[in-house]
Design a protein around this ligand. Sequence first.
Ligand SMILES: NC(=O)c1ccc[n+]([C@@H]2O[C@H](COP(=O)([O-])OP(=O)(O)OC[C@H]3O[C@@H](n4cnc5c(N)ncnc54)[C@H](O)[C@@H]3O)[C@@H](O)[C@H]2O)c1
Length: 268
Amino acid sequence: MKLQNKILLITGGASGIGRLMCRMALEKGARAVVVWDVNQSNMDAVVEEFSSLGKLYTFQVDVTSAEQIAATHAQMQQEGIEVDVLINCAGIVRGNATFDKQSLKDIDLTMAVNALAPMYVAREFLPAMIARNEGHICNIASAAGLIANPRMSVYAASKWAAIGWSESMRIELQESKSRVRVTTVMPYYISTGMFEGVQSRFLPILKPEKVARKVLRAIERNKIMLGTPLGYHFIRICQAILPLRWFDVFAKMLGVYSTMDNFTGRKA
Ligand SMILES: NC(=O)c1ccc[n+]([C@@H]2O[C@H](COP(=O)([O-])OP(=O)(O)OC[C@H]3O[C@@H](n4cnc5c(N)ncnc54)[C@H](O)[C@@H]3O)[C@@H](O)[C@H]2O)c1
């Protein structure tokens, strides 16, 4: 779906690749971009920086709250804002502890933001898209959703869930001959600060601008899946053909299993 003259909703659009997609969508001639985020001061900064590029709406929404999602959607309907493209981009990672040291609070929050929230938000906007027989839902998952890494078990679990759900929904729409499209995105580490401290030996850590541009291009080209960088697909092929214990040796050799060792994350 071409973004020109379309209305986009970007969750987590106040930071990182969401913020960049906000700018780029306006530059591409989107009619409006709606940002949902918990971080009000970052949203204010987005408005200050990008409102000269086009129409921007911001709503402070915690996407783990079905009530807040429904109330904000109702408010948008009253204001006549109809979403053509939904990008589920809000995401979190809670430290690099091994699973035995995970708190219930962190497990619940990670699953709520990364796995459940995209479903809650999509459930709110999908029926109208189906009725119009037009629309696009893009879910930002992660490379960790298909290749598990130590020290991010809950994050990986949340992204595996997001990918499975996103793909199943895509197939449902395809089978029903709907023109509503779904794109699932699986990027490797991106230098936004979310994964500050990670080290990567084989695959390059991605530049946020490049990923943001690729995601919007994938939506415009109705791509089903976007895995990036290219080397990620090579690792996936090896994962498919090698016995798992051999793959472990291979992944260790590439340094994949030690990427999270020096993770610090974003300092608040
Ligand atoms: N950065 C990476 O290395 C990387 C790699 C692969 C996938 N991803 C995924 O890409 C997406 C964007 O990552 P980023 O690096 O731009 O992250 P980021 O931390 O820069 O931005 C995430 C945004 O989500 C918002 N958010 C968090 N919890 C929320 C909630 N409950 N309700 C509403 N908003 C909430 C934050 O306030 C923030 O603005 C995430 O889903 C992340 O998991 C990131």
